[in-house]
Design a protein around this ligand. Structure first.
Ligand SMILES: O[C@H]1[C@H](O)[C@@H](O)[C@H](O)[C@@H](O)[C@H]1O
Length: 533
């Protein structure tokens, strides 16, 4: 039974289409679908614009910081740069768990629309401001938008896509992020020499948001959320569009599966809340409390949360986004002729390797890809650290970052570029992608909240890296900064090896089973071996 506005609406009984579990074999089923419909492609692209905005807004800051000059009243200090950069991550950190709760209460689609409004407001206000404080406020507004969108878009896409393509379509939305970063770097390069060019750089972020807002108005709500809200007929209409004409049986099959799962969830929730709160009625205020209890008190859910937070934390604490934010600064201090163009090569490498990951992830498997790619990152980081040691001149002197005019570029600067490129390849093939596969770890009842908390871990760690990178380079030296990131990767590798099971090819039910009593690493490897035979 689903409880809506205090009324009990029958969910499975009396299903007018009379779907039965014992479907006849000659009837078209969900698993028979061989390619996504035009509608689902259009929907993924429209929702993916959020990824583009996420990437654009986080990528564009690199060129912005080196182009602002004295336009905000004085040359930016290290503290100004750190605050401007980190305010976006802090905004996202606050927004993502809130969006996780709201997405359950008001639906997935309104969150994307609200994020668009914030993207537009943030972009336009940044373009107009004249002070560092104003810039920090504008970047925080964008941060709220990025936090909400980064949580809800993969969730929305995964709840709408047919299961055979779910992984691929979610990964496509991550590819949009890296594409947004490439676009940001190209626009940054094109506008960095123009007077007030940086205002255009940040302001242009409003354009895709306006486009997405218009598109989202005509796109549907997630059918899963609709069923949960007691609106099965609307959910059926959405699924009919997703599965295209003539696939009615597949539609009923999916609807039935959703309803069954919701009934099971409600039963679990009722048991938990009765023991936790007696017979108080369910309200929208008490439900989040139930969900927190379910997430933290059920062993399998807690383990799913631990893995998701580990991967999201590691994805950021390995230092990757210090490159996204400060690579132009790094390369200008290494005396590269065009720092923004050099940074572009980093963003393009990230994009191309994410594309490669898309192609191989389902063949190689998430765990194996992660365990093979993190050592590549370690090699790149150690090589960067050692190269800084051998660099002919101090490019990051205590107290202030400065380049050395008149000194010819050291060959070690090129070695650093190569080492950083190797690091980016390792990151994009593994950690950059795999952390966002988080939704498959959680059962549906706690998926939105679990993803919200894991996404907050991502942005919290992103905030720490954004704020500490420049001081670390100044006070600990680049040699130690890169060495510390490599140490974090090594510790992260050991944790992944110990607790991250192989989820390739497993249904969501199987993942839940796997995590029920332990992290299930051995069992998952045994099953993967059997599947490969
Ligand atoms: O998965 C994405 C992607 O790897 C981006 O390039 C990076 O900037 C983000 O922080 C990350 O979450």
């Amino acid at each position: 039974m689903v409880v809506r506005n205090g009324a009990h609406a029958p969910l499975i009984e009396g299903d007018e289409h009379g779907f039965s579990d014992h479907a006849e074999d000659d009837i078209f089923k969900e698993s028979d679908i061989t390619s996504p419909s035009a509608f689902i492609w259009a929907l993924t692209f429209a929702a993916g614009i959020s990824g583009l905005l996420f990437g654009y807004d986080t990528g564009v800051i690199s060129s912005t910081l080196v182009s602002i000059g004295k336009d905000l009243g004085h040359p930016l200090t290290t503290l100004d740069k750190g605050l401007i950069t980190s305010s976006t991550s802090l905004g996202a950190l606050i927004a993502s768990p809130v969006a996780g709760l709201l997405a359950d209460m008001i639906g997935r689609k309104p969150i994307i629309l609200i994020a668009d409004v914030l993207f537009i407001t943030g972009a336009l206000s940044q373009a107009a401001i004249t002070s560092v404080f104003g810039m920090v406020v504008g970047r925080s507004i964008v941060g709220f938008a990025v936090g909400g969108a980064s949580l809800v878009v993969p969730l929305y896409i995964s709840e709408l896509s047919p299961s055979p393509f779910r992984g691929k379509l979610v990964t496509l939305s991550i590819l949009f992020i890296t594409a947004g970063q490439v676009v940001a770097y190209i626009i940054g390069y094109a506008l960095s020499m123009q007077r007030n060019g940086w205002r255009w750089m940040v302001g242009l972020g409003a354009v895709p948001a306006v486009l997405q807002f218009g598109l989202m108005l005509v796109l549907p709500e997630s059918p899963r959320w609709l069923v949960k809200d007691g609106r099965s007929p609307q959910a059926r209409n959405v699924l009919r569009k997703v599965y295209a004409a003539g696939k009615d049986h597949a539609v009923e099959e999916v609807l039935h599966a959703i309803k069954t799962e919701i009934v099971e969830e409600e039963a679990t929730n009722n048991n938990m809340s009765t023991s936790a709160m007696g017979n108080q009625p369910h309200t929208w205020l008490t439900r989040p409390r139930n969900r927190f209890a379910e997430l933290f008190c059920v062993g399998g859910n807690r383990r799913a949360l631990t893995i998701a937070c580990l991967l999201q934390g590691l994805q950021q604490l390995c230092g990757f986004n210090s490159l996204m934010y400060f690579s132009a600064t790094i390369f200008s201090l290494l005396d590269f002729d065009s720092p923004t163009l050099t940074s572009l090569s980093i963003a393009v490498t990230n994009f191309v390797c994410t594309l490669l990951a898309l192609i191989i992830i389902d063949h190689v498997g998430r765990r194996r890809l992660l365990l093979l790619s993190i050592p590549v990152m370690v090699v790149g980081l150690i090589a960067s650290s050692v190269s800084y040691e051998y660099l002919g001149h101090p490019s990051w002197v205590h107290g202030s970052a400065s380049s050395t005019p008149g000194v010819a570029q050291s060959p070690w600067a090129v070695v650093i570029l190569i080492a950083i490129t190797i690091y980016v390849c390792g990151y994009a093939i593994g950690l950059g992608n795999i952390a966002w596969q988080q939704s498959e770890l959680f059962p549906l009842s706690v998926r939105s909240l679990g993803c919200g908390l894991a996404t907050a871990t991502n942005w919290g760690s992103n905030f720490v890296v954004g704020l500490t990178f420049l001081p670390m380079m100044e006070y600990l030296t680049p040699v130690w900064t890169f060495a510390i990131y490599s140490l974090i990767c090594i510790v992260g590798w050991v944790c992944c090896w110990a607790i991250y099971p192989e989820t390739r090819g497993l249904g969501l039910e199987d993942v839940r089973d796997l995590l029920r009593d332990s992290y299930g690493v051995e069992e998952s490897l045994r099953r993967a071996k059997l599947r490969d035979l």
